[in-house]
Design a protein around this ligand. Structure first.
Ligand SMILES: Cc1ncc(COP(=O)(O)O)c(C=O)c1O
Length: 385
């Protein structure tokens, strides 16, 4: 093979071991993947049942869904977005590929934050683009600073930003995002805003990059707030004059996203009460987890503003996050994502907890960790405070 090679998602190994435990009838609390353990809203599932009985399920791009998403921007962000600018994709993942494939030439540099979602950099690498990592550690609240963007030399073609972010849950408020986008504009850096965790926040409202820069490329998905990760549906909002070209790439690479998912998603978007009920559950889980981990001596946590993740510094316990996570599955029955997925440099001392699970699962996980953690001895490089 002559193409570039990329790292896998290490959390996938945790998932495989967790699934083996479940098959063997052993307990397992799945906090490793970034996916809600509750399925899609009931109305979405009912809509899918109705459609499958009457529709031949051909290739589809549902105009009604693009219009409904446009209405969402009016209601949630006070923005008028022409549905022609909204492209339906097979998840935010396909949106990311389409954005990269259309906006850049091989060799172009694109800035991403570290820690960050692994596919940002790995997909860049796979497409012969060059990720430029900006280190945004806990000491700066996992936020990029203006000085860091100004210091990028040469200026990258684009900056990929997410608020709330994975794996930290860090959010940029309107002022911070405005400052970041203004700095990018001054330097001629395009912005791709991954807004996949919008709707899941614990205080402030998430600001869309479109509120500040109408030419930002926004990607989003039904995988998180709408609890439909396996349905594989997302969208992107692109500048009007780019829409036809990006759509051409999407059609060639993926044809259309799942027809069944589009009908279900249309129904899911009206389930506000159900969606918000789960966000309230995540908020409770967040508090319980922060308190419970503190009681276990895990206190180096920047409380997440949004998404459903807690990125904890466990450097006093291990300097080998993968070994820690593998043993957490096998010895304790708790699935966690190793920091090396998100940060190839400092990730050995971090783990990510996903709290998009039930409150009972959070309590169960804390109980298991309380019984296991005090006896944990790092077999690797050793830990230090
Ligand atoms: C920040 C972020 N962006 C994009 C994705 C891809 O999501 P999907 O393709 O399911 O929409 C994920 C998945 O976890 C994510 O965390």
């Amino acid at each position: 093979m002559r193409g570039p090679s990329v790292t896998p998602f290490y959390a996938g190994d945790i998932g495989v071991r967790g699934a083996a435990r479940v098959r063997a009838g052993l307990p397992f609390v799945p906090m490793h993947y970034g996916q809600p353990s509750a399925g899609a809203p009931a109305a979405a599932i009912a809509a899918a049942h109705r459609v499958i009985d009457r529709d031949p399920l051909g290739y589809t791009e549902l105009v009604e869904l693009r219009e409904r998403i446009a209405r969402h921007y009016a209601e949630a962000h006070g923005l008028e977005v022409d549905p022609a600018r909204i492209l339906l994709t097979a998840g935010a993942s396909a949106a990311l590929v389409a954005a990269y494939a259309t906006m850049f030439r091989p060799g172009d540099r694109v800035a991403v934050l570290r820690p960050g979602y692994p596919a940002y950099r790995n997909t860049l690498t796979a497409l012969n683009l060059m990720p430029v990592e900006i280190h945004c550690g806990p000491e700066q609240g996992f936020h990029p600073t203006r000085a860091q963007i100004e210091a990028l030399s040469p200026a990258p073609q684009a900056l990929l930003v997410a608020s709330p972010a994975n794996p930290t849950g860090a959010m940029l408020d309107a002022t911070q995002l405005g400052e970041l986008l203004a700095t990018c504009r001054t330097r001629g850096i395009r912005v791709i805003s991954d807004e996949i965790y919008h709707g899941i926040s614990f205080g402030q409202r998430a600001v869309s990059a479109l509120e500040i820069d109408p030419r930002a490329v926004v990607i989003n998905s039904f995988s998180k707030l709408y609890r439909m990760p396996g349905w594989r549906l997302g969208w992107m909002v692109v500048p009007q004059d780019w829409a036809a070209r990006i759509h051409a790439v999407l059609i060639n690479m993926f044809l259309t996203p799942s027809t069944l998912a589009q009908h279900a998603a249309l129904a899911a978007m009206d389930e506000r009460e159900d969606l918000e009920r789960w966000v309230r559950i995540y908020a409770q889980n967040r508090t319980r987890l922060i308190e419970g981990l503190a009681a276990l001596g895990i206190r180096k946590i920047v409380p997440p503003d949004g998404a459903f993740y807690l990125y904890a510094d466990i450097g006093h316990v291990t300097r080998d996050s993968m070994q820690f996570c593998l043993r957490a599955v096998d010895e304790c029955g708790v699935g966690l994502a190793p920091g090396i997925d998100f940060d190839p440099v400092d990730g050995q001392r971090f783990v990510r907890f996903s709290f998009a699970v039930t409150p009972e699962e959070v309590v169960d996980a804390l109980g298991r960790l309380a019984a296991w953690l005090p006896g944990y001895a790092d077999h690797g490089a050793g830990a230090s405070a």
